[in-house]
Design a protein around this ligand. Sequence first.
Ligand code: GLU
Length: 368
Amino acid sequence: MINKYKKIVIKIGSSSIINESNKKIKTSWLNSICKDIAFLHRTKKIIVVCSGAIALGSKIINNKKFLQRLEDKQAAAAIGQIELANHWQQTLKKNKINSAQILLTLNDSEVRRHYLNVRKTINALHKKNIIPIINENDTVATEEIRYGDNDRLASRVAQMIDADLLILLSDVDGLYTDNPLKNKKAKKIQNIYNIDSNIEKMASKNYSLIGSGGMETKILAAKICMNAGCSTIITNSDKKNPLKNINKNNSTLFHANKSPKSNRKQWILNHLHPSGSIILDTGAIRAIKNNKSLLPAGVTEIKGRFNRGDVISIVNNQNKKFGIGVIAYSSSDAKKIIGKNSKEIKRILGYEGRDELIHKDDLVKINS
Ligand code: GLU
């Protein structure tokens, strides 16, 4: 099923690689997946996003209790990450493959300069046939600046480097119509072409998954990827040769959108934490729907604090989001010019700014 793809991000959850009872690496599973990776590596570019640092480190911090405090989790990650990376390095080395470690925070995909740097680093590693092993930089990522789960991190990485496939290895075979543990009649879906509210509802019922992600974050990850022209497979990691043996019976395939947006528009669209929002009147909403730029005249309210160049949400007065874009003014300047004609900007702010609050090249519509 994965033969036709060329650049593959493989996301491995903690429950796949760490033994729940003794918090140790499942070495025979790691050996087996590294053999699959070695096979794929001959003809494809591979990126691994692997969780497990916190679980591994927790046996040294406190083996008995589930870690509650953020600083304990961060300390556990600092301990566990070195062990995790070491295992990957050694096991890939046995297969004659070099690896590299990359630790990312949310900022690295939200700030355009960081985003481009990560892209360049991964491309440089691939040119040398080195496999990047990625995790969230848990020791510096506090609550408000976290991805929180590696499903979203993996989807942002896939989008960042123009991957054509994301594989989410999990503890279920795919998305079911209902919770498979509770409803015997629940059926696994093989192919998904569009994530609508029906699919999202199903995902919220599949709550039996272990780990921080769960089915809902997997669907969100698949959505980010589909928009970026990258397909996503959800499959069970608990099989021999977990990649080689993926087939339509043990997976769900989310098909990539055929006409993906430009890389810059994807970067805007897939922002996980917009810095604020602006509320529009109906005339401005119509203009946006007709692919026009957003002028200050059609804005009725500004929410949140943001700087010029930040990504913000565009909503109507019922808080329904129908766009996202890069704003040309800070929130304090924007507040002064909303409802005004663009010709008045210089007089009000004392400098000549852009006529548009958000230029149409910096704006992505959300169909809802
Ligand atoms: N970064 C976390 C870890 O390595 C895992 C987050 C997740 O599994 O979603 O433990």
